[in-house]
Design a protein around this ligand. Structure first.
Ligand code: F6R
Length: 361
């Protein structure tokens, strides 16, 4: 049932304020400015002993894991990174007893992720799942974890589950952080930010008509560049993936700082750039990248909290805490991909060559 929407993708994008509300519900502890996660199966002493976090997933779940790694590193101060599960399992990784491994999956059935979990368990590692489908293979194989509670996702491409997965990581990061060195003040700051997300998401969704107009303009591009820096880079990667999956427009994502090491050669009026420009300590650096693009006559669509002078268009997104801004910045770009694909007449819920869950190698 599409509940009055023309596609499942549109329905699922539109549901995100409620979905985020669900992942937060019952987990926040205001008394200690922390987060309780019932299924984690990790006691405080074990949580203190973690020296490193390695996050594994595929596709959109891998991108959510990249943002998750950033949240764990900045809030819990544990070195963390994400890697595609398929790469990890084929490179005979060194499995370290002090590393917490986290498998991320919407379906909980992606074969490469499941195989990575099984290999890790076989080697004695502790593996948590950040999974949407309750009771799925990856959820069962993991030692514990966090359910994402996005609800059923029918469209082949992932939208609401991406957002909820990142919020689940923010909860996990506060939980781990408050056992370690995250102060009460910072715990409360992030919790207050998390609580603001549903209404801010709704505000972005209410701006859909403007994004639709922009999409009509950008649907003529043969190729698009997406850039972001640190927190913004995984947002760029995910937006680029979404666009190519459903519109079949070629797109690539680069860290903004890498432009000058090669891809700047591509910039010309026919290659538009979508730039993620949060108002954080990297704002000036990001603005400098916009200037480099403008100097080569590149068209720029910025996603930012204030109008960007160098950009041809700015999609405005409400400001949250710096750590949580990436969650909001991904949402207008889901709508941009959606309306671009719609303008091109694509089969949005069932893009060519793709399946909802990849249960083969
Ligand atoms: C992107 C997409 C895929 C999946 C990937 C992992 O829109 O749908 O990239 O994210 O196949 O799937 P899950 O999360 O089910 O493991």
């Amino acid at each position: 049932d599409m509940g009055g929407h023309d596609t499942y993708m549109h329905k699922e994008i539109s549901e995100q304020a409620d979905a985020v509300d669900r992942v937060l519900r019952g987990r926040i502890d205001d008394r200690f400015s922390t987060v309780h996660l019932g299924g984690l199966n990790l006691d405080p002493r074990e949580a203190r002993g973690i020296r490193r976090v390695k996050i594994l997933g595929c596709g959109t779940s891998y991108h959510a894991g990249m943002i998750g790694a950033g949240l764990i590193e900045s809030l819990a101060r544990i070195p963390a990174d994400a890697e595609p599960a398929s790469e990890f399992r084929y490179r005979n990784p060194v499995v370290d007893p002090d590393t917490l491994y986290i498998a991320v999956s919407q379906s909980g059935e992606t074969y490469d992720v499941l195989a990575a979990v099984q290999e890790l368990k076989r080697k004695g590692a502790r593996v948590l799942g950040v999974v949407n489908v309750v009771g799925s293979a990856i959820a069962r194989a993991a030692d514990g974890g966090v359910y994402v509670h996005a609800g059923p996702e029918v469209c082949v491409v992932s939208t609401k589950c991406f957002t909820n997965t990142v919020v689940a990581f923010a909860l996990l990061a506060v939980h781990l952080g408050r056992i370690r060195d995250l102060s009460v003040t910072d715990g409360k700051r992030i919790i207050d930010g998390l609580r603001k997300l549903p209404s801010q998401i709704q505000e972005i969704l209410d701006g859909e008509e403007d994004i639709k107009k922009l999409a009509a303009e950008y649907a003529e591009a043969k190729s698009m560049m997406f850039i972001g820096r640190v927190r913004g880079y995984p947002v760029a990667l995910e937006a680029s993936l979404k666009l190519k999956e459903i519109s079949y427009i070629h797109a690539e994502a680069y860290p903004a700082s890498e432009l000058k090491h090669g891809p700047l050669a591509l910039i010309e009026p026919s290659l538009p750039t979508v730039a993620i420009v949060p108002d954080d300590d990297l704002l000036e650096k990001n603005r400098a990248a916009l200037e480099e693009i403008k100097a080569r006559s590149g068209r720029i669509l910025a996603v930012a909290h204030t109008k960007q002078e160098k950009a041809d268009h700015t999609i405005l997104v409400p400001k949250n805490e710096d750590e949580l801004d990436p969650i909001l910045m991904g949402i207008p770009l889901q709508l941009l991909a959606y309306h671009t694909a719609l303008a091109m007449g694509r089969d949005i819920d069932k893009p060519r060559n793709l399946a909802k869950s990849v249960t083969v190698e």
